[in-house]
Design a protein around this ligand. Structure first.
Ligand code: CA
Length: 683
C-alpha cells in the first residue's frame, strides 16, 4: 500500500488496484452450515491475521486461535469442520508489524455493544413460519410511515407489556388499546402501506447494557449487518436480536404492512471502525491535507465509489433484503453516495426480487461537500436525471413550499401565510416533473412527498411556531393550526409521487419545539398514544386521505406521462389555486376526472370549473405515448352532461362522498382548506 493521502486515493481507485484486489465473492464473514464453518475477510495490506474464538461475548479467555490463510485478491480464510453457530470471534490483523484487534465488518451477529462478532447459522435464528413470510401485496401506492422503534411503544399507554416496550417485540403484540387501537393495530387501521424504521442495524450511541432512559435515533453505525441490541429483550445473547428483529418484520407483514430500513452507509460511528482496522485508509475519504472528509457532519465519510466500498454497501443491502425480508431501503445522506452505486443496487434488487419490488429512496443531499471519487456522480438531487427512476428522493421543494423552511421556524409556506407560492404549489402537484424546480426527475416515481420527518420540527411544532410565534403553546389545540395541518396533509396527499409522513404527524405530534431530538429523552420523543384520541378528528382526516388516495389512479400514476394528467392549473388569487386531474385508468375508479382546490386564504372562494377548452393536457396525454393510450382504450370517456360531481374530501372530512352543489360562480371552497371533487359518470 502507498503512503501519502493523494497516492493512496489514486491507488485505491485505480484499475491496478481493482485488478489485484477487487474481490467479488459473496462469502465474506463467517458462514456456518451443517458440519462446516468458513471465516473469510478481505485485507490486502495484512501481513498476518489471527482468528480468535470465544465461548461468549465478554470473557477474556480465548477458546481457540487460528492463523488465517492468505487467499486470492487480498482475502484471508480459516475453515472448521463443524458448525460453530453461537461462537464469538475477533481478529488480530498485523499491518506494518503491528497487531490490531478488530471485529468482523461482515459479521452477521455480535456481542452486547457489538465489540465482538458472532458466528451465526442464520437458519437457526428464524422464528416459526419465517421461511413462508412474504411481503403483503401492493395496492398501487406507497404511503410510508416513518417510525423509531423505541418511540413506537415506550409510552405506557401503548398497551404493550413492560418488557416489550421500546423493543422489536412490541410489533408482535396485537389487541392493544381497546376501542382506540395502538401500535400495530393502529397502523393497520390507519391504512399506511409501509413502515419505515429509523436505523436498527447495530449502532453505537446507546449502551446496550444500560437502562431505558437512554435514547438515540441511531445514525451511528457499528455493525452494519447486525440488528441493534438495545431493541432486543436480551442484548447479551447475539441470536436474540436477530430472531426478534425477524419477528418484528414478520408481524408487520402479517398486518399487511411492508417494512423499510433506514440505512446509513455514508459514515460510521467513529473513524476507528472495523472497516478502518481491517484495511486502514481504504473505506474513508480524506482531504488533501490528510484530514478526514466530513460531508456527513458526523466526522467521517465512507468512500463510496471505490470498488470494495461499493461491494460492501451493495452486499449489505442484499443481505438485509434476503435474510430479513426487508421491502425497501432509505439512504441517509444519499448525496454522499454515488449515482453509479445507487443504480447498481437498484439493478441487483430488481434482478433478485423483481422490478420495483423493493423500494429505494434517500436524502438527495449531504451536510457538506465531500471529495467524491473521480469519475463518479453524487446521488444528489441535481443528478436525479441520472438515477434510475426507481430511486426516490425526498422532495424538500414540496415540503418547504407547503409549510415553509425547516431551518427558520417563523418562515411560512403556503398553508401558514406564505405569499407568492402559488406557481410553485402547482409545480409540486406533478412531483416537479413539469420543470419548475432546480432538478429534473424522470417521473414522479422518484419523488417522496412529505411535510415532516424525524429531522427538524414536527409539523405541529412548525405550524405553531410560524403561526403563534413566541407565545406558542404546543399543548393548545389551536383551531387555525389544526386547519393548516389538515390543508398541508390534503396538499401532499393530492400531489403525484410517493407519500411519506412522520409517525404521529396525524395526531399533532409535538416535541415542544425541539427540532433536533436525536438524543433527547425517550419521553420527549415517544409517540403519546392518548393523542390519537385527543386529536381523533385529525387522525380520522388522515385516515380518510389515505383511503381516498388509494382510490385515485390519476394521482397514484408513477409513469413519466403522469404529469400530463394534471390539467387546467389556475391561480385564482392569493393562496388559492385549482387544477384538474385525468383520473381514468385501467384500474377501475368511479371518477374519471378530479377537480382540486387549495384555499389557504382567509375567506371562502367560489371556484368555477375550468372552461371545457382548457383541458390542454389532453393533447399532451395523447402524445405521451402508448401507456396513456392503453389507459384510454380501457375507459369510457364521459361528457360533463352525463356526469355528476361529488365532493370526495374537503377541510373537515376526507373520503366522503356527497353531491357537489355549484352556485353560478362555482363551488364554494372554505378558507384554510382543500376541496377535492370527483366527476362520476351518471348511471
Ligand atoms: Ca448497539
Amino acid at each position: 500500500m502507498k503512503n501519502s493521502v493523494a497516492e493512496s486515493m489514486a491507488f485505491f481507485t485505480s484499475e491496478a488496484f481493482d485488478a489485484k484486489f477487487r474481490y467479488d465473492g459473496k462469502d465474506l464473514g463467517a458462514v456456518c452450515s451443517e458440519g462446516r464453518t468458513v471465516f473469510k475477510v478481505w485485507s490486502p495490506p495484512a501481513e498476518k491475521i489471527e482468528l480468535r474464538l470465544y465461548k461468549d461475548g465478554i470473557a477474556e479467555e480465548v477458546y481457540c486461535r487460528r492463523q488465517m490463510q492468505a487467499g486470492e485478491k487480498g482475502t484471508w480464510k480459516a475453515e472448521f469442520p463443524e458448525n460453530l453457530h453461537g461462537m464469538y470471534y475477533d481478529y488480530l490483523v498485523r499491518i506494518d508489524g503491528r497487531d490490531t484487534r478488530t471485529a468482523d465488518p461482515y459479521a452477521a451477529g455480535c456481542s452486547c455493544n457489538g465489540g465482538r462478532s458472532m458466528a451465526v447459522d442464520l437458519s437457526r435464528t428464524n422464528p416459526p413460519g419465517f421461511e413462508a413470510d412474504r411481503a403483503p401485496e401492493g395496492c398501487g401506492e406507497q404511503i410510508i410511515y416513518e417510525l423509531h422503534i423505541k418511540d413506537f411503544s415506550h409510552d405506557a399507554d401503548s398497551g404493550i407489556p413492560g418488557e416489550y416496550r421500546g423493543k422489536y417485540k412490541a410489533f408482535t403484540v396485537t389487541g392493544t388499546g381497546g376501542d382506540y387501537p395502538t401500535c400495530v393495530d393502529y397502523l393497520k387501521k390507519l391504512g399506511v402501506t409501509h413502515v419505515h424504521l429509523l436505523p436498527f442495524f447495530d449502532y453505537g450511541s446507546v449502551d446496550e447494557a444500560g437502562d431505558e432512559k437512554q435514547f438515540n435515533w441511531g445514525y451511528d453505525p457499528v455493525n452494519y449487518n447486525v440488528p441493534e441490541g438495545s431493541y432486543a429483550t436480551d442484548p447479551n445473547d447475539g441470536t436474540v436480536r436477530i430472531r426478534e428483529c425477524k419477528e418484528m418484520i414478520q408481524a408487520l407483514h402479517k398486518s399487511g404492512i411492508r417494512v423499510i430500513m433506514d440505512v446509513v452507509y455514508n459514515h460510521t460511528h467513529h473513524e476507528d471502525s472495523w472497516l478502518q482496522r481491517m484495511v486502514p485508509g481504504y473505506y474513508y475519504r480524506y482531504e488533501e491535507d490528510g484530514s478526514l472528509a466530513n460531508g456527513s457532519a458526523c466526522g467521517n465519510d465512507i468512500a463510496a465509489g471505490r470498488s470494495m466500498v461499493d461491494n460492501y454497501i451493495a452486499d449489505s443491502v442484499m443481505y438485509w433484503a434476503r435474510e430479513y425480508h426487508m421491502d425497501g431501503f432509505r439512504f441517509d445522506l444519499m448525496g454522499l453516495l454515488t449515482v453509479e452505486l445507487m443504480n447498481r443496487i437498484r439493478a441487483e434488487l430488481d434482478e433478485a426480487f423483481g422490478p420495483g419490488e423493493k423500494l429505494l429512496y434517500g436524502e438527495p443531499w449531504s451536510a457538506d461537500d465531500s471529495p467524491m471519487e473521480k469519475g463518479t456522480r453524487a446521488a444528489h438531487k441535481k443528478n436525479a436525471g441520472y438515477l434510475n427512476d426507481g430511486i426516490g428522493i425526498f422532495s424538500d421543494d414540496t415540503r418547504d413550499v407547503i409549510k415553509g423552511s425547516v431551518f427558520y421556524a417563523e418562515e411560512p409556506g403556503f398553508v401558514n401565510g406564505g405569499a407568492g407560492l402559488e406557481p410553485m404549489v402547482l409545480h409540486a402537484v406533478t412531483g416537479w416533473k413539469d420543470g419548475g424546480a432546480c432538478f429534473e426527475p424522470k417521473s414522479c416515481r422518484q419523488i417522496i412527498n412529505y411535510v415532516s420527518a424525524h429531522d427538524n420540527y414536527t409539523l405541529w411544532d412548525k405550524l405553531v411556531l410560524s403561526m403563534h410565534g413566541e407565545k406558542a403553546d404546543f399543548h393548545r389545540q389551536y383551531a387555525d393550526v389544526l386547519a393548516a395541518n389538515k390543508l398541508a396533509a390534503f396538499m401532499y396527499f393530492t400531489c403525484q409521487g410517493n407519500l411519506f409522513l412522520q409517525a404521529g404527524e396525524e395526531f399533532a405530534r409535538t416535541k415542544l419545539g425541539e427540532d433536533n431530538s436525536y438524543c433527547s429523552s425517550p419521553e420527549l420523543n415517544m409517540l403519546r398514544w392518548r393523542r390519537t384520541v385527543e386529536y381523533g378528528e385529525l387522525v380520522e382526516y388522515y385516515r380518510g386521505l389515505i383511503r381516498l388516495r388509494k382510490k385515485l389512479p390519476g394521482l397514484c400514476d408513477k409513469s413519466p406521462e403522469a404529469a400530463a394528467r394534471v390539467m387546467c392549473r389556475r391561480i385564482h388569487g392569493e393562496g388559492v389555486v385549482s387544477f384538474l386531474v385525468d383520473n381514468r385508468a385501467s384500474r377501475p375508479s368511479p371518477w374519471e376526472e378530479l377537480f382540486i382546490v387549495y384555499n389557504a386564504s382567509d375567506r371562502e372562494w367560489k371556484v368555477a370549473l375550468p372552461e371545457q377548452g382548457c383541458r390542454e393536457g389532453e393533447a399532451a396525454l395523447q402524445a405521451a405515448g402508448h401507456q396513456a393510450a392503453a389507459r384510454r382504450e380501457n375507459c369510457e370517456v364521459g361528457e360533463t352532461e352525463g356526469t355528476v360531481w361529488e365532493i370526495l374530501a374537503d377541510g373537515s372530512q376526507a373520503d366522503c362522498c356527497r353531491a357537489a352543489v355549484f352556485t353560478e360562480e362555482g363551488i364554494p371552497a372554505a378558507p384554510h382548506s382543500g376541496i377535492l371533487l370527483g366527476r362520476r359518470k351518471r348511471v
